[in-house]
Design a protein around this ligand. Structure first.
Ligand code: ZN
Ligand code: FE
Length: 254
């Protein structure tokens, strides 16, 4: 089984170290910066063997080259934006699998935030490394994709088991919670969750990982079919993609 270590960096990014004690394989997901990663590795006596990237943005790939030079590791990243991933060795896309130690991860294309964004689902651990596709009560901004692209991507994520843990790349939870309440003010699960999140953030604790089950109940971007949400934003009975698009537009201007 993989050990997962969460490393908070910059203002609100999370990096994840994955380690297989049996084989020694050690992965960093989306390294924005190198120093906190090296520190954590040295503390634990681990040697980095792979980088896996979800998309090309600098806050996910910024330390690719520095870590590759230091450890001589393999970089795995999205096929559809391979030319924008520094130092990439292996490009992967929808349905491909990668092997880290004794664990297999399936890759899903999740365009929307960027055109070639991918996520990695570790089948046995039920752990999803989601980059900037889905956040706690939020989703990524649509920089390079359409609302229809992103909605299709989010539906792929929703099809995974509810118990799946979501390891996303940012702690955007409080801001997302405020927006979520504005579009579903009477969602009881959401109200309860926002209280929990407030306590965690007040104690400076991470609100990530989240799970697919919790997101289905509280994340407005997974809930365009909610009558309550439709009513609040004045889109009752409209096309699901249009409701999703309007929700995203409202969040952009929130
Ligand atoms: Zn990004
Ligand atoms: Fe990011």
């Amino acid at each position: 089984m993989l050990e997962i270590v969460q490393i908070p960096v910059l203002n609100d990014n999370y990096l994840y170290l994955l380690h297989d004690a049996g084989t020694g394989d050690t992965v960093i997901v989306d390294p924005a910066v190198d120093e906190p990663v090296i520190e954590e590795l040295e503390k634990r006596g681990w040697k980095l063997t792979h980088i896996i990237n979800t998309h090309h943005h600098w806050d996910h790939t910024g330390a690719n080259m520095a870590l590759k030079e230091k450890y001589g590791l393999q970089i795995i990243g999205p096929k559809a934006e391979a030319e924008r991933i520094p130092g990439i060795d292996q490009s992967v896309g929808d349905g491909d699998t990668i092997k880290i130690g004794n664990s297999i991860a399936t890759v899903f294309d999740t365009p929307g935030h960027t055109s070639g964004h991918i996520v990695y689902y570790f089948n046995e651990a039920h752990a999803l490394f989601a980059g900037d596709t889905i956040f706690a009560m939020g989703c990524g901004r649509l920089f390079e994709g359409t609302p229809a692209d992103m909605w299709t991507s989010l539906q792929k994520i929703m099809a995974l088991p509810d118990t799946t843990k979501i390891y996303c790349a940012h702690e955007y939870t409080m801001a997302n919670a405020k927006f979520a309440l504005s579009v579903e003010p009477e969602n009881r699960e959401l109200i309860k969750r926002v209280h929990e999140v407030e306590h965690k953030r007040a104690a400076n604790l991470p609100t990530i990982p989240t799970s697919i089950g919790i997101e289905k109940e509280t994340n407005p971007f997974l809930r365009p079919m909610s009558a309550h949400l439709q009513d609040t934003i004045g889109m009752t009975g409209r096309d699901i993609v249009d409701i999703f698009a309007e929700t995203r537009r409202l969040k952009d201007n929130f």
